[in-house]
Ligand binder design. Structure first.
Ligand SMILES: *Cc1c(COP(=O)(O)O)cnc(C)c1O
Length: 392
């Protein structure tokens, strides 16, 4: 909200994450004292005199509910500003929208499937060029960089193999070559991982997942580190118009208040379910950065504040995976992740069907893999459901 002479108190001093989640960007409504930021369902704003306004002119450009959410998310990632979009893909599109024909991007070879679809099938037609690299190795990222590289785009941990990218090392590589590092932080949320503190220049999220947390709305955000980036993103919101509606902004503001408590429980449940699966005779391998057998366990401990609720396990075959997926009762068979409910999915035929058998083989994704987004139900109930589904 713009400064308002009726504001009862000045904004509170900088605070810890749990406090920011509830209060950043959200002072009580100056007109009524309402503790929650209202849904400003308005397209336009009355101007008191020609050439004057109260800080808002038209809701594609800005809206007070959106301003509150953007201030909140900027605070949680420790960024300069945040800009929300209609979906995670719209946010990633905006990041790429800062580039021009001829520019080159290095992208992780194992990122969310929608990202290479946007890059290869839409943006390549506008003269952007993309090279895909194994972001587990900073040398592989460096080898893919060209003189025209403007952006390095990574995700960590990756979906569904839970491979990590060393963000500090990757930021150094990008900066040495004059490129910016953008990190899709959807899987961890700013509670468990803050890429900007490790040198990244931009963070994106699908707020559809952990930030909103309740599987009831789509959204995306780009968090910046410089005023130059902020100007570009404000301009893209206004020029291209893929902004988030005040209704969705309200939902995310509401969801984010419990982000810290939710993430602590996703993390606790995730660790327990990963150990349970690791010990189960019908499970060949578990991909979870919180297990000591994960090849990048040390990096996970250094770079993340917890391990979260995302994991993948190998059942051995398509038939075995199908059996598990069809026998679960509490876990819901569905795409998406990061909600309060446990979601279970089959990457090979669902999220990663589009990349084809060859594409899946290239990244080590098998037909026997099952992905879990561990929710907030009682961990014993989730465990019992999986035990029943895995029983021979
Ligand atoms: C879901 C997801 C996206 C895309 O977000 P939408 O809100 O579905 O557009 C991007 N990145 C990751 C890691 C995701 O999980």
């Amino acid at each position: 909200m713009p400064d308002d002479p009726r504001s009862p108190k000045p904004a509170a001093a900088p605070a810890a994450f749990d406090t920011l989640a509830i209060h950043a960007g959200q002072s009580p409504d100056p007109a009524t004292g309402a503790v929650n930021v209202p849904i400003y369902a308005t397209s336009t704003y009355v101007q008191p005199e020609l050439g004057q306004n109260l800080g808002y002119e038209y809701s594609r450009v800005s809206n007070p509910t959106r301003t509150a959410l953007e201030q909140n998310l900027a605070a949680l990632e420790g960024g300069h500003s945040a800009h929300v979009f209609a979906s995670g893909m719209a946010a990633i599109h905006a990041v790429a929208g800062r580039l021009a024909a001829g520019d080159h991007v290095v992208c992780g070879s194992n990122v969310y499937g929608g990202t290479p679809r946007l890059f290869n099938q839409v943006l390549a037609r506008f003269g952007l060029r993309f090279t895909y690299a194994d972001t587990r190795q900073p040398q592989a990222v460096e080898a893919a960089i060209e003189s025209a590289t403007k952006l390095v785009f990574v995700e960590t941990p990756t979906n569904p193999l839970m491979e990590l990218c060393d963000l500090r090392a990757c930021a150094e590589v990008a900066h040495r070559h004059g490129a910016e590092l953008a990190v899709d932080n959807t899987f961890m949320s700013p509670y468990l991982q803050r890429p900007l503190e490790l040198g990244a220049d931009l963070v994106v999220h699908s707020t559809t997942k952990y930030l909103n947390g309740h599987s009831d709305g789509l959204g995306g955000v780009v968090v910046t580190t410089t005023e130059r980036q902020a100007e570009d993103l404000r301009f893209l919101q206004k020029a291209a118009g893929a902004i988030l509606s005040p209704f969705e902004c309200f939902l995310i503001l509401r969801g984010v208040k419990t982000l810290p408590v939710r993430m602590r429980q996703h993390d606790a449940n995730g660790r327990r379910i990963a150990k349970f699966l690791e010990a189960h005779a019908s499970v060949r391998r578990v991909f979870y950065p919180g297990l000591e057998q994960h090849p990048q366990y040390e990096l996970a401990r250094r770079q993340m504040a917890g391990f979260g609720g995302m994991m993948t396990f190998e059942t051995g075959s398509l038939e075995a995976a199908r059996r598990v997926l069809n026998r679960v009762r509490l876990c819901s068979l569905a795409e998406s992740l990061g909600g309060v409910e446990t979601l279970i999915s089959h990457p090979a035929t669902m999220t990663h069907a589009a990349i084809g058998a060859e594409g899946r083989a290239a990244i080590g994704l098998t037909d026997g893999m099952v992905r879990l987004s561990v929710g907030l139900e009682d961990a014993a109930d989730i465990e019992a459901d999986l035990a029943n589904a895995l029983a021979r």
